[in-house]
Design a protein around this ligand. Structure first.
Ligand code: GLU
Length: 449
């Protein structure tokens, strides 16, 4: 193998759901590997036997796949440097521990409950590709530290160091919270005579009040965003900008563009703020890019979940297009188009039909007239523009007020205070349904406000 081959890895512990921070770290590692023609590896760090669960491993891999990340070696696909789960690499850790004990770099603690590494009382100095020279005093963690509970039970520090060397990892790109761990890992590398990879510590993810992002202040579970109808393209694009500056005014990048542009030199030191509203704006952007066909395919699970009947695909494509520019997520989109559902119950309050300058009696008359007028129109008029032209000249001829007429029409069709305009809505609903709904509104207001 070529010594200079770039190899990066994401090394998640399967002890919980897929965290947004893990996703961002994985993405940066993948982008750096792709940009440099290197390899990106997934390694499952399940040394903590009690807390590690197979289902979490699955969730983490699902999250990586959902984002569209690709890896060259991993627990699911194998590779020349496997196995890719620490629970399957025990012999290697045992060998390293035996070596450290034999050369007296490590010693068992009296009661035999742990093995500690001897740490010289000197600063550990290393170069970080993002932060420059970093100095850590081993006193920070109290000097000698535990590297195993027993020969067959190594802790994270030992396993990571052995694996990074055995898997020829050239760059360790991980969160800033690992800075002092890196100093420990360097001490272990020295004791074991292993090469030192290059380190790059990514800035912390913060919430809007600049506190460390946590589930107490926001949603940190990556797949919860998937389940609320965020698009992976939007999430990926947004995550890429959490700490990385593309040095251009453009902020929308496809995965391929990111793979070309990404540079560690563009990563900032200061914390990066995760803002769900901003993510929503990215998602809105990507939703708008979808063709009608794509939009229906992506929205379909949400439409189904909402219980709408989707027998007429063309109808739903039109309906979704009406709301496409308004919704931030697929979930919002599905609730936004609820009134297009063929079995919409029309369960709004009759008082909503009355425009603020009007009254019940007048509204009832207008709805009646609207019904008669629209009933006379031919099918060829049933497009947004012609409906608009025809209806507006009718309103003028009759000397009606716009608000008094268009408001009840819109409410009759959507049952909402805020909704798309009456012409585009009527155009999608079609003549029969529009008349049916006006009839419903007429009956409702007749029964009384
Ligand atoms: N298993 C560690 C974690 O989940 C990975 C640390 C590393 O990247 O070395 O934080």
């Amino acid at each position: 193998m070529d010594d200079k081959m770039i190899r990066t890895r994401i090394a998640p512990s399967p002890t919980g759901l897929m965290h947004i921070g893990t996703a961002r770290t994985a993405l940066f590692n993948e982008l750096f590997a792709r940009k440099t023609g290197g390899k990106f590896i997934v390694r499952i760090e399940d040394t903590d036997r009690e807390r590690s669960k197979k289902e979490y491993e699955q969730i983490i891999l699902d999250g990586l796949r959902w984002l569209g990340l690709t890896w060259d070696e991993g627990p699911d696909i194998g590779g020349d440097f496997g196995p890719y789960r620490q629970s399957e690499r025990g012999a290697m850790y045992r060998g390293a521990l035996e070596k450290l004990l034999a050369q007296d770099s490590a010693y068992p603690v009296e009661d035999g409950e742990a093995i500690r590494l001897r740490v010289p009382p000197e600063d550990v100095v290393f170069n970080d590709l993002i932060r420059g020279e970093v100095t850590v005093n081993p006193e920070t963690w109290g000097g000698d530290f535990v590297i195993a509970r027993s020969l067959d039970d190594p802790v994270f520090h030992l396993a990571v160091v052995v694996d990074d060397a055995a898997q020829a990892i050239s760059h360790v790109i991980r969160g800033e919270d690992h800075l002092t761990n890196t100093a420990r890992h360097i001490l272990l590398q020295r004791a074991l005579g292993l090469p030192m990879p290059q380190y790059a510590h990514l800035p912390l993810l913060l919430d809007k009040s600049r506190r460390k992002l946590s589930k107490r202040t926001g949603e940190v579970n990556l797949l919860a965003y998937r389940d609320r109808g965020f698009l992976p393209e939007a999430m990926l694009n947004y995550l890429a900008l959490l700490g990385w500056n593309p040095k251009s005014d453009e902020e929308f990048f496809s995965h391929d563009q990111l793979r070309e542009k990404f540079e560690l030199a563009g990563v900032q030191k200061g914390g990066a703020i995760f803002d769900e509203t901003k993510l929503g704006a990215f998602n809105k952007h990507y939703l708008r890019q979808l063709t009608r066909e794509e939009l229906l395919e992506k929205a379909r699970p949400w439409l189904k979940k909402a219980g709408y009947i989707i027998d007429d695909e063309r109808y739903w494509r039109d309906a979704l297009a009406v709301e496409q520019a308004r919704a931030a997520t697929l979930e919002e989109l599905a609730s936004g188009v609820s009134f297009f559902s063929p079995d919409w119950p029309g369960d709004y309050s009759p008082s909503l039909l009355v425009w603020r300058d009007s009254n019940e009696k007048e509204t009832k008359e207008i709805i009646g007239q609207l019904k008669d007028f629209l009933d006379e129109l031919g099918d060829n008029v049933w497009t947004e523009q012609t409906l608009k032209d025809t209806l507006m000249s009718w309103v003028e001829e009759k000397g009606l007020k716009r608000g008094n007429t268009l408001w009840p029409l819109r409410v009759a069709l959507t049952g909402r205070e805020n909704s798309p305009g009456p012409f585009e809505t009527a155009a999608v609903l079609g003549k029969a349904r529009t008349l049916e709904r006006l009839d419903g509104a007429f009956k409702k207001i007749t029964r009384g406000v």
